[in-house]
Every structure is written in structure tokens, then in C-alpha cells.
Ligand binder design. Structure first.
Ligand code: PMV
Length: 355
């Protein structure tokens, strides 16, 4: 039996991936930029065991559902093909964050699984190859492999579509305040949203604008220019939602468009815009769900938290604060953690930054 354990954070897209060029390989139509979220972690242990006749998957102390088992087993097949082995595996995975909080748990899940499974299979992939592998499990998982602030290069084929670090965790004392509002399960999953997106008349307009959006966000991030950064990140999130709202989901012909926001989401967005008018440097972003992620610099955190508390009274949100997080890491049972083979991306600086 050979075992390895890995951890990974979910990531929050600042410029978002919406729409795929190749659904089998998870090749995106556009590049994206993200930050890893230190406030949430998936930890996954993989054991290849010759005594197993099929893969066994436990998530948060319960057997995985059939669709999840199938998805994890397909990913293990990719690892077995790379390693030239046929042995089945036992996967035990745990999230230290609630499922309904609006973090992309498939990103941290497939990043941790990719690292743990390749190591347990005797492989030592570099960050590029690990990111390519993770992408095939879940598109945005490729962005949880490198460190800190990350850009996913869309590429044109399997090998050229991968994520790399734009800046290490300690580049900018940015905070993400995730405000998860209680709500019903969403009607349309993000894979279905990706499929529906090209039906929107605004889809091509968004893609046309994308090189400019990427340039503005990348530059503002590298120059720590919060004012330009915040406005560009907000417009980008709203543009994804404009596409979603005007998409046609093939599985739901009764839906005129996909509306991921809830009334509380919209109320909080209005509040953020007013806070900014009053001088508080804060911005929001949204994924394919009602959770609002607020962005601010460390110096404004206390003020932002106080504003959120007073704006959401009665709504009982779950609030999780993150710093920029490191990329996927190996957990060494003897002393805690060990870095993947390529440590060139300041993997360890993140620890000094409070993780
Ligand atoms: O990786 P997926 O299939 O969960 O898609 C992610 C979609 C968004 O979260 C809305 C945007 C993004 O880039 O993370």
C-alpha cells in the first residue's frame, strides 16, 4: 500500500472562467485570474491498495454519492494511466468549511486529489503538469495548484491550458470576506451554466472584452491599485451574470435565464457601492451562486466587517475571512507539511503571512 496526503485551498476568480471550448478537457474560452483562499482547506488522503477491487471514496466522513465516485474514479484513471498502474485506491477527503458557503469546493478537491494521488502513485509532477491534471478533474482546480495570485492561461490544447502564479501570497495584503447568505440549493450547476452560456447574445461581447479585462485586473493587482482593481473585478462579475441571466439552459426549457443572485445578494451589492461612495475601499465579486465575496486591503478589514454585520442583520450569514493562500501542498504525517517539487513560487512565504 502506498499513501500520500495533500491539502489545497479553494480559489476565488477575480476574472472568471465562463464557457468552455472543450468540455471533455475542460479547456476554457477565456483566461482567468484568481486568488487562493486561506480561510478554507480540503485535505485528501489517497492510498493505492492491491486488495481493493474498486475505488472507494469517503467525503466528510460519509461514502461519496455515485456521481462523485464516478468523477473521482475517472480522475484516478488519469493518474493510473500516467503512472502505468492498475491498482485501485481509497480516497478519504475532508473539507474544513461548510458545503453551502459558496466556495468552489471542486477546485480544492481536485487540486488536493491530483497532488495526493500522483504522489501515492509514485509520480512527482511539476507545477505545470499538476495544474493540467487538476484542470481535467474540474476546470478551476488548476488555479488551486500554484501559489497566491494565479492566472489560468486558456491555451489551445491539453498541455497549453494551465495555471501559473502571477504573484506570491505576500505580494498584497488583500482580504476576502466571504458572506454566505442562507438560500435554497441553486437550480443550475456551474457545469450546466458553462454549457448554457454561448446561447446568450452577450457571450461573444464578454469574450471580446476579455483581453482588456485581463490586462486591467492583472496590472491593478501587480501594482496593488485597489481602486482600479475593485471596479474592474466588480464589472467582470456583473458581466458573467449578464451572460448567465440571458443564457438558455438546455436541461431547463422553462427557465428564461439563470439568476444566481438572491434578494440579499443584491441588497449587499448596493450596500458595497454606497460604502465605496462614502470612502470605504471595498469591492464585491460573485461566482455562480448567491454568496457575495468582498475584497479589501488588511487596513480596511475591521471597518468592512462592521459594515457587513450592520447591513446583514437578520439574515444570519456565515462570514469567512481569507488571505491569499498558498498552492496545493503535501501533508507529511511526520511533521505537518512538505512542498511539491517546484518550490520556486515562494511556497513557504505564505506561512510567514499567517497561514
Ligand atoms: O470550475 P467550475 O466548472 O466549477 O467553474 C467555475 C465557474 C466560476 O466559479 C463561476 C468562475 C471561476 O472562474 O471560478
Amino acid at each position: 500500500m502506498v499513501t500520500a496526503t495533500a491539502g489545497a485551498h479553494p480559489n476565488l476568480a477575480l476574472v472568471k472562467y465562463w464557457g468552455r471550448r472543450d468540455a471533455d478537457l475542460n479547456l476554457p474560452e477565456n483566461g482567468s485570474i484568481s486568488v487562493n483562499l486561506s480561510g478554507a482547506t480540503t485535505t485528501t488522503r489517497v492510498t493505492f491498495d492491491g486488495a481493493l477491487v474498486q475505488d472507494a471514496v469517503t467525503l466528510n466522513d460519509a461514502p461519496a454519492s455515485t456521481p462523485t465516485l464516478v468523477r473521482v474514479a475517472s480522475h484516478l484513471d488519469r493518474v493510473r494511466a500516467l503512472a502505468g498502474i492498475a491498482t485501485r485506491a481509497r480516497v478519504v477527503s475532508h473539507n474544513d468549511f461548510p458545503a453551502d458557503v459558496g466556495f468552489a469546493s471542486s477546485a480544492s478537491a481536485f487540486a488536493a486529489l491530483s497532488l495526493a494521488a500522483t504522489r501515492a502513485a509514485g509520480l512527482d509532477l511539476d507545477l505545470h503538469d499538476l495544474s493540467v491534471l487538476a484542470r481535467k478533474g474540474s476546470g478551476s482546480a488548476c488555479r488551486s495548484i500554484p501559489d497566491g495570485f494565479v492566472e489560468w492561461l486558456p491555451g489551445w490544447d491539453d498541455a497549453s491550458s494551465y495555471a501559473r502564479s502571477l504573484a506570491p501570497c505576500d505580494h498584497w495584503d488583500l482580504r476576502v470576506v466571504t458572506v454566505a447568505l442562507p438560500c435554497e440549493p441553486k437550480l443550475i450547476s456551474s457545469p450546466a451554466g458553462h454549457r448554457a452560456a454561448p446561447a446568450s447574445p452577450f457571450y461573444l461581447a464578454r469574450l471580446k472584452e476579455m483581453p482588456h479585462t485581463l490586462d486591467v485586473v492583472r496590472r491593478a493587482l501587480l501594482e496593488r491599485d485597489f481602486a482600479s482593481f475593485g471596479l474592474a473585478v466588480e464589472r467582470e462579475a456583473l458581466s458573467l451574470h449578464a451572460v448567465a441571466m440571458t443564457s438558455q439552459s438546455e436541461g431547463a426549457p422553462w427557465l428564461s435565464g439563470i439568476l444566481y443572485m438572491e434578494p440579499e445578494t443584491v441588497r449587499l451589492i448596493h450596500a458595497v457601492q454606497l460604502w465605496r461612495r462614502e470612502g470605504l475601499p471595498v469591492a464585491f465579486t460573485l461566482d455562480a451562486g448567491p454568496t457575495v465575496h468582498l475584497l479589501c486591503e488588511g487596513a480596511s478589514l475591521e471597518e468592512v466587517l462592521a459594515a457587513v454585520t450592520s447591513a446583514t442583520q437578520g439574515a444570519a450569514p456565515q462570514v469567512i475571512v481569507s488571505r491569499p493562500g498558498r498552492g496545493a501542498w503535501l501533508v507529511d504525517d511526520s511533521d505537518g507539511a512538505e512542498a511539491p517539487s517546484d518550490t520556486s513560487q515562494a511556497m513557504w512565504k505564505c506561512r510567514a503571512f499567517g497561514e
